[in-house]
Write a protein that binds this ligand. Structure first.
Ligand code: FE2
Length: 278
């Protein structure tokens, strides 16, 4: 097994490891440590079945049921199928998730700790996943912003990106917002948190999923979101993961910002996802 840094600021790539190797405590320990140290791990060419993915997920923690049970794997409810494949008029899984910068599950009160994706059928030339390290984003915040946000909380929301569903047809935007907020009350999280493993501070919240920072007026929110967006999306600090078949990615939901990119027309893409509570 070889572990190397993907970039200076996020990610470790792990090669030369099999599913059996990962059962050995010293091998798994090194992999888990790389994840905790580097926010994201990419295990290349891991040929595993859905059962083996669940067994591996259990080594990191407790698999959490998917947010959309509708797209759970038909035989393995722990696995969320993310796919653009349609079989006999029925989508194989949920298409187009997370095509904006976010931290997984921040719009719920207690998000899972890790996200694990297995590239079952993935193109290499599109459908990339971009990553940015939220600790690195905090480090690069100007000092004035660091002191302005110190000790503040923020409200996270699902609404900015919510799709208009059948039950929303005929409602005004305000009514739709009220319906969604009743279903998903806006959780309040500290805006700056400390990673339990590395001790580094990180920003918790992305403009696309932040409603507002408590104590900021509309101008303050707008200015902070613009500053945050510029840091998250700085091309010098974004790592673009170009998927290879059977890649297994695991990231820390809180400190790994990420965004999905579009899949080229006519190309199938299927990944199996498990959310893990540690
Ligand atoms: Fe995500």
């Amino acid at each position: 097994m070889e572990i190397r840094d993907l970039t200076a600021f996020i990610g470790s790539e792990i090669t030369g490891v099999t599913c059996e190797d990962l059962q050995r405590p010293e091998v798994f320990g090194a992999v888990h440590n790389a994840l905790n140290e580097r926010e994201l791990i990419v295990v290349r060419g891991l040929d595993i079945t859905p059962e083996q993915q669940i067994v591996l997920a259990r080594k990191f923690g407790k698999p959490a049921p998917p947010h959309s049970p509708r797209y759970a794997h038909p035989r393995f409810p722990e696995i969320l199928v993310s796919s653009n494949v349609v079989k006999g008029n029925k989508p194989l899984g949920v298409a187009r998730v997370g095509n904006f910068w976010h931290q997984d599950g921040s719009f719920v009160k207690s998000p899972a700790t890790y996200s694990m994706l297995h590239g079952v059928d993935v193109p290499h030339t599109s459908g990339h996943t971009m990553f940015a390290n939220a600790c690195d984003v905090y480090d690069r915040l100007p000092d004035e912003w660091k002191s302005t946000i110190d000790g503040r909380t923020a409200l996270h929301t699902h609404v900015k990106r919510a799709r208009i569903a059948q039950e929303h047809v005929g409602l005004s935007v305000a009514e739709m917002r009220a319906v969604i907020e009743a279903e998903f009350p806006l959780p309040e999280h500290p805006l700056v948190r400390r990673d339990a493993f590395t001790g580094r501070l990180y920003v918790y919240g992305a403009p696309e999923v932040l409603d507002s920072v408590n104590g900021f007026d509309a101008n303050g929110n707008e200015a902070f979101f613009a500053q945050l967006d510029a840091l998250i999306q700085d091309p010098e600090r974004v790592h673009t993961h170009r998927w290879m078949p059977l890649d297994l990615l695991v990231w820390k939901t809180a400190s790994a910002y990420h965004a999905a990119t579009a899949v080229e027309p006519g190309r199938h893409r299927t990944v199996h996802r498990i959310s893990i509570a540690a």
